[in-house]
Design a protein around this ligand. Structure first.
Ligand code: IMP
Length: 180
Protein backbone atom coordinates (compact mmCIF):
# COMPACT_ATOMS: atom_id res chain seq x y z
CA UNK A 1 0.00 0.00 0.00
CA UNK A 2 1.69 3.21 -1.18
CA UNK A 3 -0.92 5.65 0.12
CA UNK A 4 -3.51 5.52 2.88
CA UNK A 5 -6.37 7.83 3.71
CA UNK A 6 -7.33 8.33 7.35
CA UNK A 7 -10.35 10.52 7.98
CA UNK A 8 -9.63 13.82 6.18
CA UNK A 9 -5.92 13.22 5.60
CA UNK A 10 -3.80 11.51 2.93
CA UNK A 11 -0.56 9.77 3.90
CA UNK A 12 2.22 8.31 1.73
CA UNK A 13 4.53 5.41 2.51
CA UNK A 14 7.84 6.50 4.06
CA UNK A 15 9.26 3.58 6.10
CA UNK A 16 8.48 0.00 5.20
CA UNK A 17 8.11 -2.76 7.72
CA UNK A 18 11.57 -4.00 6.59
CA UNK A 19 13.12 -0.56 7.25
CA UNK A 20 11.62 -0.56 10.73
CA UNK A 21 12.80 -4.09 11.52
CA UNK A 22 16.37 -3.30 10.48
CA UNK A 23 16.37 -0.17 12.68
CA UNK A 24 15.21 -2.35 15.57
CA UNK A 25 17.96 -4.89 14.79
CA UNK A 26 20.59 -2.15 15.14
CA UNK A 27 19.02 -0.64 18.25
CA UNK A 28 18.64 -4.02 20.00
CA UNK A 29 22.25 -4.92 19.15
CA UNK A 30 23.43 -1.74 20.90
CA UNK A 31 21.35 -2.56 23.97
CA UNK A 32 22.54 -6.18 24.00
CA UNK A 33 26.11 -4.95 23.81
CA UNK A 34 25.71 -2.31 26.54
CA UNK A 35 23.89 -4.59 28.99
CA UNK A 36 25.57 -7.93 28.21
CA UNK A 37 27.14 -8.15 31.68
CA UNK A 38 24.12 -7.10 33.69
CA UNK A 39 23.34 -9.33 36.64
CA UNK A 40 20.16 -7.66 37.87
CA UNK A 41 17.15 -7.49 35.54
CA UNK A 42 16.75 -4.22 33.64
CA UNK A 43 13.25 -2.75 33.75
CA UNK A 44 11.85 -1.65 30.39
CA UNK A 45 9.03 0.85 30.74
CA UNK A 46 6.96 1.03 27.58
CA UNK A 47 4.78 4.07 26.91
CA UNK A 48 1.34 3.07 25.67
CA UNK A 49 -0.40 3.27 23.32
CA UNK A 50 2.10 4.19 20.63
CA UNK A 51 5.05 2.02 21.68
CA UNK A 52 3.21 -1.30 21.78
CA UNK A 53 4.44 -2.63 18.40
CA UNK A 54 7.99 -1.36 18.85
CA UNK A 55 8.08 -2.84 22.36
CA UNK A 56 6.94 -6.27 21.17
CA UNK A 57 9.47 -6.37 18.31
CA UNK A 58 12.34 -5.02 20.43
CA UNK A 59 11.74 -7.32 23.40
CA UNK A 60 11.99 -10.44 21.22
CA UNK A 61 15.59 -9.45 20.46
CA UNK A 62 16.74 -8.62 24.01
CA UNK A 63 19.24 -11.14 25.35
CA UNK A 64 19.93 -9.89 28.90
CA UNK A 65 17.73 -10.37 32.00
CA UNK A 66 14.85 -7.91 31.85
CA UNK A 67 11.31 -7.12 32.91
CA UNK A 68 8.69 -5.10 31.12
CA UNK A 69 6.00 -2.75 32.44
CA UNK A 70 3.62 -0.37 30.72
CA UNK A 71 2.56 3.17 31.48
CA UNK A 72 0.08 5.25 29.54
CA UNK A 73 0.35 8.98 28.89
CA UNK A 74 -1.12 11.29 26.29
CA UNK A 75 -0.03 14.64 24.88
CA UNK A 76 -1.51 14.61 21.38
CA UNK A 77 -4.82 15.64 19.91
CA UNK A 78 -5.10 15.48 16.15
CA UNK A 79 -1.76 16.17 14.47
CA UNK A 80 -0.02 18.50 16.94
CA UNK A 81 1.24 18.16 20.47
CA UNK A 82 -1.10 19.77 23.02
CA UNK A 83 1.65 20.01 25.58
CA UNK A 84 -0.76 18.73 28.23
CA UNK A 85 0.44 15.55 29.83
CA UNK A 86 -2.14 13.24 31.38
CA UNK A 87 -1.07 10.13 33.19
CA UNK A 88 -3.72 7.54 32.67
CA UNK A 89 -2.15 4.36 33.95
CA UNK A 90 0.45 4.83 36.68
CA UNK A 91 3.57 2.95 37.51
CA UNK A 92 3.13 0.16 40.04
CA UNK A 93 6.72 -1.17 40.10
CA UNK A 94 9.21 0.04 42.65
CA UNK A 95 12.05 1.47 40.54
CA UNK A 96 14.29 2.61 43.39
CA UNK A 97 17.84 1.37 42.83
CA UNK A 98 17.01 -0.08 39.43
CA UNK A 99 18.13 0.58 35.87
CA UNK A 100 15.09 1.66 33.89
CA UNK A 101 14.89 2.04 30.11
CA UNK A 102 11.93 4.05 28.84
CA UNK A 103 10.60 2.78 25.51
CA UNK A 104 8.96 5.41 23.29
CA UNK A 105 7.55 5.09 19.78
CA UNK A 106 8.58 8.63 18.90
CA UNK A 107 10.12 11.64 20.60
CA UNK A 108 8.73 14.79 19.01
CA UNK A 109 8.79 17.96 21.17
CA UNK A 110 10.03 15.86 24.08
CA UNK A 111 7.41 17.33 26.45
CA UNK A 112 5.98 13.92 27.29
CA UNK A 113 9.42 12.55 27.95
CA UNK A 114 10.44 15.53 30.09
CA UNK A 115 7.44 15.10 32.43
CA UNK A 116 7.87 11.38 32.61
CA UNK A 117 11.60 11.65 33.22
CA UNK A 118 11.09 14.16 36.05
CA UNK A 119 8.41 11.96 37.64
CA UNK A 120 10.50 8.82 37.44
CA UNK A 121 13.68 10.52 38.68
CA UNK A 122 11.88 11.31 41.95
CA UNK A 123 11.49 7.58 42.49
CA UNK A 124 15.30 7.19 42.67
CA UNK A 125 16.24 4.74 39.93
CA UNK A 126 19.99 4.07 39.70
CA UNK A 127 19.94 4.83 36.00
CA UNK A 128 17.18 6.16 33.75
CA UNK A 129 17.70 5.73 30.00
CA UNK A 130 15.58 6.37 26.94
CA UNK A 131 15.16 4.26 23.83
CA UNK A 132 12.94 5.51 21.03
CA UNK A 133 12.23 4.06 17.63
CA UNK A 134 11.86 7.51 16.05
CA UNK A 135 13.20 10.95 16.88
CA UNK A 136 12.32 14.34 15.34
CA UNK A 137 15.46 16.44 16.01
CA UNK A 138 13.93 19.61 14.52
CA UNK A 139 10.92 19.44 16.86
CA UNK A 140 12.82 18.46 20.00
CA UNK A 141 12.71 21.09 22.75
CA UNK A 142 13.93 18.92 25.59
CA UNK A 143 17.23 18.92 27.45
CA UNK A 144 17.29 15.22 28.28
CA UNK A 145 19.67 13.04 26.30
CA UNK A 146 17.87 10.45 24.20
CA UNK A 147 20.20 7.48 24.65
CA UNK A 148 19.03 5.05 21.96
CA UNK A 149 17.45 6.19 18.69
CA UNK A 150 16.22 3.89 15.93
CA UNK A 151 15.90 6.61 13.29
CA UNK A 152 15.97 10.43 13.17
CA UNK A 153 13.19 11.70 10.93
CA UNK A 154 11.91 15.00 9.48
CA UNK A 155 9.43 17.08 11.45
CA UNK A 156 6.32 15.76 9.66
CA UNK A 157 3.28 14.02 11.06
CA UNK A 158 3.39 10.24 10.56
CA UNK A 159 1.11 7.26 11.23
CA UNK A 160 1.42 3.49 11.39
CA UNK A 161 3.34 0.92 13.39
CA UNK A 162 1.66 2.02 16.62
CA UNK A 163 1.43 5.73 15.77
CA UNK A 164 -2.05 7.12 15.25
CA UNK A 165 -4.06 9.95 13.81
CA UNK A 166 -7.01 10.47 16.17
CA UNK A 167 -6.83 6.85 17.28
CA UNK A 168 -6.62 5.41 13.76
CA UNK A 169 -3.73 3.87 11.82
CA UNK A 170 -1.90 2.16 14.69
CA UNK A 171 -2.43 -1.24 13.05
CA UNK A 172 -0.53 -0.39 9.85
CA UNK A 173 2.72 -2.42 9.56
CA UNK A 174 4.47 0.38 7.59
CA UNK A 175 4.88 4.06 8.51
CA UNK A 176 3.25 6.78 6.39
CA UNK A 177 3.88 10.50 6.28
CA UNK A 178 1.30 13.21 5.78
CA UNK A 179 0.79 14.57 2.24
CA UNK A 180 0.57 18.35 2.50
P1 IMP B 1 6.00 14.83 22.39
O1 IMP B 1 5.55 15.04 23.82
O2 IMP B 1 5.71 16.03 21.54
O3 IMP B 1 7.43 14.38 22.27
O4 IMP B 1 5.09 13.69 21.77
C1 IMP B 1 5.12 12.41 22.27
C2 IMP B 1 3.98 11.56 21.83
O5 IMP B 1 3.16 12.19 20.83
C3 IMP B 1 4.50 10.30 21.19
O6 IMP B 1 4.73 9.30 22.15
C4 IMP B 1 3.39 9.94 20.21
O7 IMP B 1 2.42 9.15 20.86
C5 IMP B 1 2.81 11.27 19.81
N1 IMP B 1 3.39 11.73 18.52
C6 IMP B 1 4.45 12.53 18.32
N2 IMP B 1 4.70 12.72 17.00
C7 IMP B 1 3.75 12.01 16.35
C8 IMP B 1 3.49 11.77 14.95
O8 IMP B 1 4.15 12.26 14.01
N3 IMP B 1 2.43 10.94 14.69
C9 IMP B 1 1.65 10.37 15.67
N4 IMP B 1 1.89 10.56 16.97
C10 IMP B 1 2.92 11.36 17.31
Amino acid sequence: MKNVRIKDLEFKLCYTSDDIQSDIDVLSSKLNHDFKDTKTPILFLSILNGAFMFTADLMKRIQFPCEISFIRLASYEGTSSTGTIREIIGLTDNIEGRTVIILEDIVDTGLTLQKLYEGLTKKNPTQLLIATLLFKPDAYKGSIKVDYIGKSIPNDFIVGYGLDYDGLGRNLPNIYTIVE
